[in-house]
Ligand binder design. Structure first.
Ligand SMILES: Nc1nc2c(c(=O)[nH]1)N[C@H]1C(S)=C(S)[C@@H](COP(=O)(O)OP(=O)(O)OC[C@H]3O[C@@H](n4cnc5c(=O)[nH]c(N)nc54)[C@H](O)[C@@H]3O)O[C@H]1N2
Ligand SMILES: Nc1nc2c(c(=O)[nH]1)N[C@H]1C(S)=C(S)[C@@H](COP(=O)(O)OP(=O)(O)OC[C@H]3O[C@@H](n4cnc5c(=O)[nH]c(N)nc54)[C@H](O)[C@@H]3O)O[C@H]1N2
Ligand code: SF4
Ligand SMILES: [Mo]
Length: 876
């Protein structure tokens, strides 16, 4: 029975840009019951695996609860005074550009607004940039070139009203699962066609009509080919053309490109062009496969060009649609939190816009030149031009390209402040001053999702320890730097009102982002504010942009931009013959500081891996479950090989999530080249070049433990389980004494050990018990250890007398690797049910086992398992 004594709070999921509404109820033990908000327009009650597991991630385990200076606990007063002093002093001595803020698309709008105001109006530099530079910058730049402003024209309903949805460089099934489910439901209801354009076959391809596995980075050639085909087919919208400039130039440029650069066959290309041109209602969804590229901005415009040429924009079921990654990537763009934007979609380079903001803030200065974009910012940190750095809500020592160099730059900086919710991140470990922020469930403010819907995040749990909200910490620094009146905020509501009022000024200057209809909102109105889509003014609320042909360039016209295909910035060589693609997995969020707290989210893919094509693997003598060594000119990594034809020969793919805390040899950004798009400054996170070789350790190991364990072997990766921890390991040299080694690994100098050694085959199995319960066990051997890992992970804390056999007793079936995280259903269970109960559909699996019946995130995998099981049965 749920405890009904706590009120149910409406809030928003802190993960992806879908921006699902959640209903939260404190459980009275510091935890939260979480369910989808049936009334929220983004999700209508649905949640994906990450959203459903939020309750498992709000505990205080690992939380940073008080400020720290050089590793010792300090009072807020001391920490804040030090930070304000050092920033003031550095500016006084070395000028405003000697300091910088590096912030995040996960900050709330109110936090972001205050940080941007402090840097641009009071420090007087534009050296504030954000992880959105790694994420949305190419879309922002492409939108501005085409529309004159950074507008996402459409809405989520368009995905349901479209005849054709094209996913370009987007693994929507894993990265925006609830949106993907909305598309699949529409497909069921009205036969929406679905095309996926991705060099890799992903979960999003299951259920798609067409997968175009193009060559890495060749999207502009593809969409230029489409534009040429549109032109040749006479499919240009002549009426809408009156509202567009640059069309002939763009068509002429497109004609110079050869779509053979995509590596696709003529038949594939023609089929796609025909489908696109023949579908009146087309939405082209795009994400990091487009943005994270040295030609990212051009790729965006190549896509937008096709929509402008055909007038497929702003009407129901049409439009280019950049789906945002972080929960408030859009809000950050709206408040102007990038080094080259101002506030409320006003332009830093425009003197009238600067004057308007300057006047509105009544600030001593206003930054008049763009600040350093992320990659340049960390270069300037590295060479001492930036001497004081404040990192808020992001983990750049892991997620920036050339991450080892970034880590070294931060480590070498005179003064580094990090605001986080935990001290255990690669970045936080480098800070001089650590400031403890309140976390998602404790915070209060607003976020904007991918379709311009602004929702409230609300406090459902008390702020633990000395933690303070990010806006409050930043405002306090503003006051202590001498700007008491400008940062005298008592609540997020006050900040929101000021921001809404400033957007009204932007509106009078003809900008799209205007929510001045909310400028008079009282505290209680803010408290109860329902989700709404911007713009929000007396005259205009929500809706779509551009169907009327009114754009934001001078003269009111939209622009088609002539673009040409360019190959990725790095070229494969004999030493580095593979192209390294990177991205996300279904159940982890970025550097895993929150999702890895959840055992069920950690079970889906418990270890970093490299997808490599079987023919490449065979050539390099790499077998399944081998470890592989990767080298690039920038760094190296060790990962587990996964042989799959989902990647093309010559391409490899690795997830971005593992860190110094979870798998130190697998920080993939250490290998990524810091090459950026010339327009947007966004790094090319998806097309570095690397070498791949088998990694031959002296031993492989697997361990389970009820306590955290910190191996020190050449390779290790750890993950949480319901009973504690599990870890994969591999060492370059054999330990002298396995029992001693295991005692050190688990920090169990005294516990009773059960040891099985097979010296001839070099195998060792050691278990530690206390009071009749298993504390920990290590399984090691000269080759990858074959074990029932999911079963072993359930043993710590139980009697487990036979743990060392490594296999479940006959009466306890092994569920196999986790597939459905909501109901904890493993692969073996699913396979057995398919066979025994003759299940023929994903729905039937849901009815039999519940798998896939809640959030739906695993439905593509279920479909894959079913297909291979059925084809195996048919073959037998
Ligand atoms: N589970 C989960 N969901 C998330 C996140 C997370 O960490 N975990 N993070 C959120 C964030 S911040 C973001 S930005 C989004 C990202 O969402 P997505 O962009 O969908 O995710 P990625 O996996 O980074 O990359 C998408 C795809 O781009 C493909 N790709 C690589 N190169 C090319 C290319 O040249 N052309 C094309 N067409 N495709 C290419 C990759 O193979 C990959 O499948 O996800 C959000 N949602
Ligand atoms: N190779 C490769 N690299 C990539 C990408 C890729 O596809 N490939 N994608 C890029 C993209 S799109 C993105 S968005 C970035 C994301 O990269 P990051 O933003 O660096 O990753 P996160 O793990 O989300 O970091 C968020 C940090 O904020 C902390 N935190 C959580 N809640 C709060 C809070 O309320 N307040 C404060 N102050 N801190 C909090 C978390 O503990 C964590 O340390 O990675 C980029 N890097
Ligand atoms: S799709 Fe999942 S991660 Fe994204 S907002 Fe919804 S519940 Fe959260
Ligand atoms: Mo992102």
């Amino acid at each position: 029975m749920k405890d009904q004594s706590f009120p149910e709070i409406r809030s928003t999921c802190p993960y992806c840009g879908v921006g699902c509404g959640v209903r939260l109820r404190a459980d009275g033990n510091g935890g939260l019951d979480v369910r989808g908000d049936p009334d929220h327009p983004a999700n209508f009650g649905k949640l994906c695996s990450k959203g459903s597991a939020l309750g498992e991630t709000v505990g205080l385990d690992g939380r940073l609860l008080s400020p720290r200076i050089h590793g010792r606990d300090a009072s807020w007063d001391e920490a804040l005074e030090l930070v304000a002093d050092r920033f003031r002093d550095t500016v006084a001595r070395h000028g405003p550009d000697s300091v910088a803020f590096y912030v995040s698309g996960q900050l709330l709008t109110e936090d972001y607004y205050v940080a941007n105001k402090l840097m641009k109006g009071y420090v007087g530099s534009a050296n504030i940039d954000t992880n959105s530079r790694l994420c949305m910058a190419s879309s922002v730049a492409g939108h501005k070139r085409a529309f004159g402003t950074d507008t996402v024209p459409g809405t989520y309903e368009d995905l349901e009203e479209a005849d054709l949805v094209v996913l370009v460089g987007s693994n929507l099934a894993w990265c925006h699962p609830v949106l993907h489910q909305r598309i699949l439901a529409a497909r069921e209801a009205r036969g929406t066609r679905l095309v996926v354009i991705d060099p890799r076959r992903t979960a999003s391809c299951d259920g798609a009509d067409m997968h175009l596995g193009l060559a890495a980075g060749s999207d502009a050639a593809l969409f230029n080919g489409l534009l040429s085909a549109i032109d040749a087919a006479g499919a240009i919208d002549d009426d809408f053309s009156a509202h567009i400039t640059g069309m002939q130039d763009a068509i002429a440029a497109a004609a110079l490109d050869d779509d053979a650069a995509t590596g696709l066959t003529r038949a594939q290309l023609d089929a796609f062009y025909k489908l696109w041109i023949g579908s009146r209602r087309v939405v082209t969804v795009y994400s990091q496969g487009v943005n994270q590229s040295t030609s990212g901005t051009d790729k965006v415009n190549a896509i937008v060009n096709c929509h402008l040429a055909t007038g497929r924009i702003g009407l129901p079921g049409t439009g280019p649609f950049s789906v945002t990654g972080q929960p408030n990537a859009m809000g950050g763009r709206e408040v102007g939190g990038l080094a080259n934007t101002l506030a409320c979609h006003l332009d830093l380079e425009n003197p009238d816009h600067r004057a308007a903001v300057h006047q509105f803030w009544d600030s001593p200065v206003i930054a008049d030149t763009p600040g350093k974009k992320a990659v340049d910012m960390f270069r300037a940190v590295g060479d001492g031009r930036i001497r004081a750095l404040w990192i808020i809500h992001t983990n750049p020592a892991v997620t920036m390209p050339d991450a080892d160099a970034v880590r070294d730059a931060i480590a070498g900086c005179d003064f580094v402040v990090v605001s986080d919710i935990t001290a255990q991140t690669d970045t936080a470990r480098l800070a001089h001053v650590l400031l403890p922020a309140t976390a998602w469930g404790e915070k209060d403010g607003t976020v904007t999702n991918s379709d311009r819907t602004i929702s409230r995040q609300r406090t459902a749990l008390p702020a633990p320890g000395d933690t303070r909200p990010d806006w409050d910490i930043i405002a306090e620094i503003g006051r202590r730097m001498g700007h008491a009146a400008a940062f005298d905020y008592a609540s997020p509501a006050e900040i929101f009102r000021e921001y809404a009022a400033l957007s009204g000024v932007a509106g009078t200057l003809g900008r799209d982002f205007d929510i001045s209809g909310k400028a008079e909102l009282g505290d209680s109105g803010y408290k109860t504010m329902a989700p709404f889509r911007w713009p929000f003014t007396q005259g205009r609320q929500g809706g779509r942009f551009f169907a009327d042909g009114q754009f934001y360039h001078d003269g009111g016209k939209g622009r088609m931009i002539p673009v040409r295909h360019r190959a990725p910035g790095s070229t494969p060589t004999a030493d580095t013959p593979f192209r390294l693609n990177t991205g996300r997995i279904r159940d982890q969020w970025h550097t895993m500081t929150r999702t890895a707290l959840s055992p069920r989210l950690s079970a889906h893919l418990a270890e970093p891996y490299l997808e490599i094509h079987p023919t490449d693997a065979a050539r390099l003598h790499i077998s399944p479950a081998d470890l592989v060594h990767l080298h690039s000119p920038h760094g190296r990594a060790i990962l587990r090989a996964r042989l799959t034809d989902a990647v093309q020969p010559g391409d490899v793919f690795a997830p971005m999530h593992w860190t110094g805390e979870t798998a130190p040899a697998a920080r993939i950004d250490a290998l990524v080249a810091p090459l950026t798009d010339p327009v947007s400054g966004q790094p090319e996170s998806k097309a570095s070049v690397v070498s791949v070789a088998r990694f031959d350790p002296a031993w492989y190991g697997f361990a389970v433990s009820s306590q955290p364990l910190s191996p020190d072997s050449a390779y290790w990766a750890r993950a949480r389980t319901r009973t504690g921890w599990r870890a994969e390991m591999a060492g370059a040299t054999l330990p002298q004494d396995w029992e001693n080694y295991a005692r050190g690994l688990f920090d169990l100098p005294q516990a009773q050990a059960q040891v099985m050694l097979d010296a001839r085959r070099g195998r060792a199995r050691i278990a530690f018990h206390h009071d009749g319960k298993l504390l920990a066990a290590l399984f090691a051997g000269p080759e990858p250890v074959a074990l029932k890992r999911e079963f072993l992970a359930t043993l710590p804390g139980t009697a487990a007398p036979d743990a060392l056999t490594g296999h479940p007793p006959a009466d306890r079936p092994d569920p196999g690797p986790l597939v459905c995280s909501c109901f904890n259903v493993g692969l073996n269970t699913i396979l057995a049910a398919i066979e025994d109960q003759h299940l023929m559909s994903v729905e039937a699996i849901g009815t039999a086992l519940e798998a896939g019946a809640n959030c739906g995130s695993c439905r593509p995998e279920l479909a894959g398992i079913l297909a291979s099981a059925l084809s195996k049965e048919a073959a037998e």
